[in-house]
Write a protein of this length. Sequence first.
Lengths: 260, 222
Amino acid sequence: MTAAASELHFLRYVPGTSPVHKMWAGTKLLVVAGIGIAVVAVPTWPAQAIAFAVLAAALITCRVSLTAAPRPPLWFFYLLLFAGFLALTAGGKPEVHTPALTLGFGGLIDWIRFTTLTVIVLGFAVVLGWTTHLADLGPALTRLFAPLRLVRAPVDEIVAAVTLCVRCLPLLVDELRTLYAVRRLRHPEVPTTVKGEILNLHDLLVGALVSALRRAREMADAIDGRGGVGPAPRLPVRLRVPDYVALATTTAAIVAIVVI
Amino acid sequence: MLVLDHVGHVYSAGTPWAHRALQDVDVRFDDGSRIVVVGPNGSGKSTLAWILAGLLVPSEGKVTLDDGPLSIEESHTAMAFQHARLQLLRPTVGEDVRFGLDIDDTAVDTALADVGLDPARFRTRRIDELSGGEQRRVALAGVLARRPRVLVLDEPLAGLDAPSRESLVQVLGRLPAGLTTVVVTHDTEDADRIADRGLVLGDSRIVADGPVAEVLRTAVTP
């Protein structure tokens, strides 16, 4: 028997009454998108420091215990370290010269920069997940995408697709858990060859694909049964002080990222 | 003998989502015993099923089979899940029963016959052509072919029409004699035909344990 050593809990809501919890979901989406795009477009160290400062402020303000942080499995960290090692072998400037060899750290520095960037962007997504009910995302997206109606973009359909994808995620995770359990029970022998590993992965992926397709079909039938997608809900938006503070901070951070 | 020694389980322990699913379950199952586990939603039935199948390590207590650890690797356990389609991992019935095993056609035919399916008709049938009841029986044939010592069945009768249900009840009634069978279900209608002992879970604990007819008479299941 094996214990579940890691727990991801991605996009899982933590009940609370913090200012971040009280913000409109659309504000949080704007903050995540704004900072995320800015820091990806300008991935310098100062830009990452600014983005990290905003993330730290959000983490402190949302008052969620850090025990809620995703705990990736150990192999994930090994994989990350291996990627770092590969980046180191790529070389590049700056270089350190010794009598025996020359070491280039350019690749490693790029890898560190990319990794910290990913952590920051995922950190924002985690805070969004902790403080936002999934059901609030649909109405918020409807408001945020409203300008796209001017160019006849299918806003209702886009919002419905995004909302359904997010809602389907727990179901899919549950089915994948069952698939993995079935595989373990019916083929408990650990593969010892590359071919065995590939076949193992193949079984899981095919099962996951079949499961996802079946779920998608069932959901499509359910939507048809209720008369189609219909217009997305347009709930009134009531911005409060935390929303204005977050939007002002984000604007200042984006300007600083671009200017610095 | 399968022993659950003061078993308890807390999901997501140490996080804001921590919740207790099972508490102080202390039971023994003799070899070949047939047990039905009932209880309302959230009472811990599925958690108990996963622990009995060896898929989940309880956060408290221990599970042993003949004083040794319960092992999936040694095929001590098998589990038939409610959604049979997720359990069928190969395109045809024969290939699926054989999956993960080194067995010949005769053994496949025996496994199919054990679950009441005619091998000549079903061995080459495609999985997607089967009805829900047939899929469930093929899944059962697949797990029985591994010759486990403990078989856990999660809602085996849910969603079946009357004829499929009756044939599956008959199959469950004639499972191999030494096989310890634990049926986790909401459905108590035919429980006395597939089990001789009943456990009722409530608030993550065992609240009743005894002869199935007696226990189910007092059980409150929504």
